[in-house]
Design a protein. Structure first.
Length: 660
């Protein structure tokens, strides 16, 4: 049966954004940014409506509100600031505004020369009712207006008073919201750290960073060479698992099943008699060495990120202490990891259908708790798509409730629905398919796909990883490596590389058709010549300087692809207020390509017919462009891309054009 007490609530609120699964999961925003909320808010008939956006930091006990502005076609928009980390929520309230409806009708009748005596009486009543809701000082003024509207004064004078700017302001300040409709839900949104959105990651294996070839590298070796990483402009240093490595079924070089006594094993085969996920591989150093590295990195503006891989070697203490946490085969042995035809005999996956889920979940949360206690706030989570969604739905909010500054990156190269579901569970960033998107159509379509889920799915673009050496990098040479990092660093606010393999252009696969590296660091210690004159470190530095210096590259929104008449040339821009970046890249890694780029000048903020300057941030060259079509030529033998800062036109006192 209908609730007739609610029949006077005429406003409807629909199609609210940003909302994830009707509010089951929170949307995401960087702390300090304004959350832009849009909704369809409407009512029957032609009465005017108004609406407000209400918001609060969950747990604060205080609600604030801001008016929403009409966008047309019943769409409204408002925004609110997030000045604290953590969970926020918002709701919308809308009402039929009889005062605005009356005022609009009055003005139309006056313009048409109609009698408005009755309308002024109605206005007097509305002003009087507003006076009843107003503060004392405003109440008196509103009462005086109401009395004047039914006074013997001329109609013209009374209309002038009724429509006076100050009168209208007061009348609208105290609306009748007794019949307002409030949204039935409070939609959540998480404000997380800036690095959750904008960050530049560098991955390295500490064991390969000894200055002496053949020696096992340590945390101290990495500490001594931190200036190399900082000099390229990276602000996150990601270390693969730093824990003891199992001996049982240890893999040798190139994934060999018969290792020598010197083979260090795979870091993801975690656990030995020395300990498990909270212990440190003694070959890397001590916990004190780790702390020195952490602090030395922090002094250079770099945060350490640790790999969290929830799996165990056969020698992990959990295998003996908690056999129920693992899946057993019919013969009683524990099932090792497989991804047919690949076999990982040195790794036991955890069983999330265990008979002891509470014990397992608490132990895994304890891994996060331990390293958070050691000052780590960023985690790259290995293969989260092979762990249960209910676990992530529980552990991520549990960790963040205690430490809202924690950032988690999902290494989930898997199906889109699974990647998106992990983002909904709370992962701040996710690896993406960018690694394999090469041609113009693929890049354009993929960025459109990401934009559709950008309110909760944050991409990070990696041209390579220890597991992935794409065919493009195997065959494209120096130009491929440069272009891929330019694209990664300018299309996505978050990006990263696995180095030094990337800047030293490691391109040898273990076999043709494979994406595995020959002599992969996953299985053996490498020695890298960081001083190589062929290194791409200087180019990477310029890309990272552009990222750090230009807000347009620090967010995902306002990406526009511009038309080119050559399919081997891609062009796009990003804008943040007056900061405009325009990228033009040659996707052919072997041949010079040229053509015309036709710019959407309005999206660039350039007036048609105006000459403007573009400053290439990679080469420090400047070019004067004129109008929408402009010619480009890019040689893969040099720098195969432009990263332009678009600069406006200014007249000097001498009358010449100068660009800033």
């Amino acid at each position: 049966m209908s609730d007739f007490r609610a029949t006077d609530k005429r406003v409807v609120i629909e199609s609210v954004s940003p909302v994830v699964d009707d509010g089951r999961f929170p949307a995401k925003t960087p702390v300090g940014d304004r959350v832009v909320v849009a909704a369809a808010v409407f009512a029957d008939g032609h009465d005017a409506i108004r609406c407000v956006l209400r918001y609060q930091r969950v747990g604060s006990g205080r609600w604030a509100e801001v008016p929403m502005e009409p966008l047309g076609n019943d769409r409204w928009c408002g925004s609110f600031p997030t000045d604290e980390l953590g969970l926020w929520q918002f709701e919308i309230e809308g009402w039929v505004d009889h005062f605005v409806t009356w005022l609009d009708g009055l003005e139309k009748k006056v313009e048409a020369g109609l009698d408005v005596s009755v309308d002024l009486e109605i206005g007097a009543r509305l002003y009087s009712e507003a006076a009843d809701r107003a503060r004392r000082e405003d109440s008196q003024h509103l009462t005086e207006i109401a009395a004047e509207l039914v006074s013997p004064a001329s109609s013209k004078a009374r209309v002038a008073l009724a429509t006076d700017e100050e009168s209208v302001r007061l009348g609208m300040s105290y609306p009748d919201r007794s019949r307002a409709t409030r949204s039935t839900k409070r939609w959540p949104i998480v404000a997380d750290r800036e690095k959750a959105t904008f960050s530049s990651w560098y991955e390295l294996f500490p064991r390969s960073w000894s200055k002496k070839e053949g020696e096992h590298g340590t945390f101290s070796d990495v500490e001594e060479r931190l200036d190399y990483v900082a000099g390229m402009g990276f602000d996150v240093l990601y270390l693969p698992p730093i824990h003891p490595i199992g001996e049982t079924y240890r893999k040798g070089a190139n994934n060999a099943l018969d290792p020598s006594g010197r083979d260090p094993g795979v870091p993801w085969a975690i656990g030995s008699s020395e300990g498990g996920h909270t212990a440190i591989n003694a070959d890397l150093g001590t916990i004190e060495d780790f702390r020195y590295l952490r602090d030395a990195a922090s002094a250079r503006g770099i945060e350490l990120a640790l790999d969290v891989a929830f799996q165990c070697s056969p020698d992990h203490p959990w295998v003996t202490d908690h056999p129920e946490w693992f899946r057993h085969r019919p013969d009683g042995s524990i099932q090792y990891a497989e991804n047919p035809p690949k076999k990982y005999q040195d790794i036991y996956p955890l069983d999330f259908e265990t008979s002891d889920p509470e014990g397992l979940w608490q132990a895994l949360k304890g891994v996060f708790d331990h390293w958070i206690g050691e000052g780590v706030r960023i985690f790259r989570v290995d293969n989260p798509h092979t762990k249960s969604f209910p676990f992530w739905d529980w552990v991520i909010p549990a960790v963040r409730s205690e430490h809202p500054d924690v950032i988690m990156l999902a290494e989930a190269f898997t199906r889109p629905t699974v990647m998106h579901r992990l983002a909904k569970s709370g992962f701040n960033q996710s690896y993406t398919y960018f690694t394999w998107r090469s041609n113009k159509w693929e890049l354009t379509q993929y960025m459109a796909d990401i934009a559709e889920v950008g309110h909760y799915f944050r991409p990070t673009f990696w041209p390579n990883t220890p597991d992935i050496l794409t065919e493009e990098l195997q065959t494209g040479g120096r130009a491929a490596f440069i272009t891929r990092y330019v694209l990664a660093g300018t299309l996505s606010p978050a990006c990263g590389i696995y180095g030094p393999a990337f800047e030293l252009m490691e391109d040898r696969p273990i076999r043709q058709g494979s994406e595995e590296y020959l002599h992969s660091e996953k299985y053996q210690i490498r020695h890298w010549d960081l001083e190589s004159p062929d290194s791409l470190a200087p180019v990477i530095k310029q890309v990272n300087l552009a990222r750090r210096g230009h807000p347009a590259l620090q967010r995902l929104h306002d990406l526009v692809f511009h038309q080119t008449d050559n399919e081997m040339i891609v062009s796009y821009s990003k804008r943040d207020g007056d900061d405009v970046i325009l990228v033009v890249a040659n996707l052919d890694h072997h041949h010079l390509q040229s053509g015309w780029v036709t710019l959407d000048l309005e999206r660039l903020g350039v007036h048609p017919g105006e000459r403007f300057m573009v400053h290439d941030l990679l080469t420090d060259r400047r070019y004067q462009w004129d109008g929408a079509p402009n010619f480009v030529q890019l040689d893969p033998g040099g720098i195969p891309a432009h990263v332009f800062a678009v600069q406006g036109q200014v007249k000097t006192e001498e009358g010449f054009d100068y660009y800033v």
